[in-house]
Design a protein around this ligand. Structure first.
Ligand code: PLP
Length: 478
């Protein structure tokens, strides 16, 4: 987790420049990394299944700047709201390269999706009716995918981010799909192009995608046999980013097990308030001592595009490789919707240290940044690499929890004790790495009267683009 390895000389000099010109906290995105991440996905698809389309999940960093970078790399987009759709259209992404997701689509969102020729991932039967009516009013044919859920896919990521298992508000239960098809035939203004699913985010275990593909391809095959002309399969996002090295992840897990077994003094605990994280299930005596981590993980043997390659070359239970099976099914257009894996590693967040305290023998670094500007810690305790900047020759590594500035105890930027190169002095700059996805916006608010920080992008030619201005007193209080 020693972060200097995350940084190259160009990025270091860019940070120096930005520190001179901008107030902290500040979110910075290195756009060259986006292209590099995208090329890995493009290369996997070119080798294994060229009939494909990558749609960047805008929710990972919802702003025009990020959409523009995705468009320049030749991507379409996945959007989940009327405004995300408007931003995509404003950036000249053509309708056929846009997937409209969301479980609570408003009439305005549906109308615009139909009007722009975007492909709508329908979330329920009642929504299909609304889409049909909207298309009828506009004298158009709506392009639709049926979003499937209700599959045995729990435990792959945090329960709150698991989106295709039985307990989810998203999609249509797989068991209802064929009966819905019978009724959809009567809807004259809808064209069902195929199926879609999205199983969650930061899916570190390839088994999740293996189960998904077994289900989706069996379903697609049955529907095609029953005469449906289906030619699109959207397998969603979720491709993981490695926040730690394998050694760090393994070491963290083994220390957490010692902690949970009561074999570490509190000062050596590795999680805040004794959180069991992915070992919560070990409290159940029926589960074997040896059973491994469940839920959201922070290292994957196959991060990003590597897991997509695994999916396409996975051998299904009938002995056919996924990519071959797709060809047998008439070579449908394969859509993937990565967010985190494309933009997560492009971002860093800079904040000033306010101070350091000790809680129950553990060092706690306090930053002038809140959990509403960082990560998805409110959903599950994320792990991000952190360093005190600039590194100094006499740095001595030390582990600490990281606390935020908001008025509730849960405002911990890291509920995992993470290594720092040193404890920061008040006013020193602290860099949180890998913050490009979900951090700046997912929970952004003016909690406690703090303004939302700026988002700045910097390209390989050193050109700076402001993706979002920092809010002012007037923005927050007028
Ligand atoms: C429908 C859909 N597609 C794609 C994504 C992107 O997921 P990730 O950023 O994990 O790739 C999400 C995220 O929640 C989503 O809801």
């Amino acid at each position: 987790m020693y972060p200097s390895s995350f940084f190259n000389a160009f990025e270091t000099s860019a940070v120096e420049r930005l520190l001179a010109d901008y107030n902290l906290p500040l979110h910075i995105y290195f756009t060259a990394r986006f292209r590099c991440n995208t090329e890995k996905f493009q290369s996997v698809l070119a080798r294994h299944y060229p009939r494909s389309q990558i749609c960047f999940a805008v929710k990972a960093n919802p702003c025009i700047g990020a959409i523009r970078v995705a468009q320049a790399a030749g991507l379409g987009v996945d959007v989940v709201s009327q405004y995300e759709l408007r931003a995509a259209l404003k950036t000249q992404i053509p309708g056929w390269q846009i997937i409209c997701n969301g479980n609570a689509k408003t009439n305005d969102y549906i109308d615009l999706a139909v009007k722009s020729g975007a492909c709508i991932a329908a979330d329920s039967e009642s929504e299909l009716k609304l889409i049909d009516e909207s298309a009828g009013r506009q004298n158009r044919k709506a392009q639709v995918l049926l979003r499937i859920a209700g599959m045995p896919l729990a435990g792959l990521t945090s329960a709150d981010q698991s989106t295709a298992s039985e307990w989810t508000k998203f999609g249509i239960p797989a068991s209802q799909i064929s009966s819905i098809f019978d009724r959809v035939r009567a809807m004259r203004n809808i064209e069902i192009l195929g199926l879609s699913a999205h199983i969650g985010t930061q899916i570190c275990r390839p088994a999740g995608y293996e189960h998904l593909l077994e289900h989706l391809l069996a379903q697609l095959s049955d529907l095609i046999k029953n005469g449906m002309n289906l030619r699109v399969l959207d397998i969603g996002g979720g491709y993981p980013l490695n926040y730690l090295s394998e050694a760090e992840w393994t070491r963290f897990k083994s220390r957490l097990r010692l902690q949970l077994a009561g074999r570490l003094p509190t000062a050596e605990w590795v999680t805040w308030n004794g959180l069991p994280m992915g070992y919560e299930h070990l409290k159940n005596p029926q589960i074997e001592e040896t059973s491994d981590w469940l839920g959201k993980a922070y290292w994957s043997p196959q991060p990003g595009a590597a897991i997509l390659e695994h999916i396409l070359t996975y051998v299904l239970s009938d002995g056919t490789m996924v990519k071959e099976r797709l060809k047998q099914l008439g070579e449908p257009l394969l859509i993937v919707e990565p967010g985190r894996a494309l933009i997560g590693s492009t971002g860093i967040t800079l904040a000033r240290a306010i101070g350091v305290k000790e809680v129950l023998g553990c060092p706690v670094v306090i930053l002038d940044l809140g959990v509403v500007n960082h990560g998805t810690v409110l959903i599950s305790p994320d792990i991000y690499p952190v360093e005190v900047y600039p590194p100094k020759p006499n740095d001595a590594a030390i582990e600490a929890f990281i606390a935020g500035r908001l008025c509730f105890t849960g405002d911990m930027l890291s509920k995992v004790k993470i290594p720092l190169n040193r404890l920061p002095a008040r006013g020193e700059v602290v860099i949180l790495h890998q913050t490009g996805a979900y951090c700046a916006d997912h929970f952004a608010s003016n909690s406690c009267g703090f303004p939302r920080p700026a988002k700045i992008a910097i390209d390989e030619h050193n050109a700076i683009e402001i993706w979002r201005k920092a809010e002012t007193f007037e923005d927050v209080f007028n």
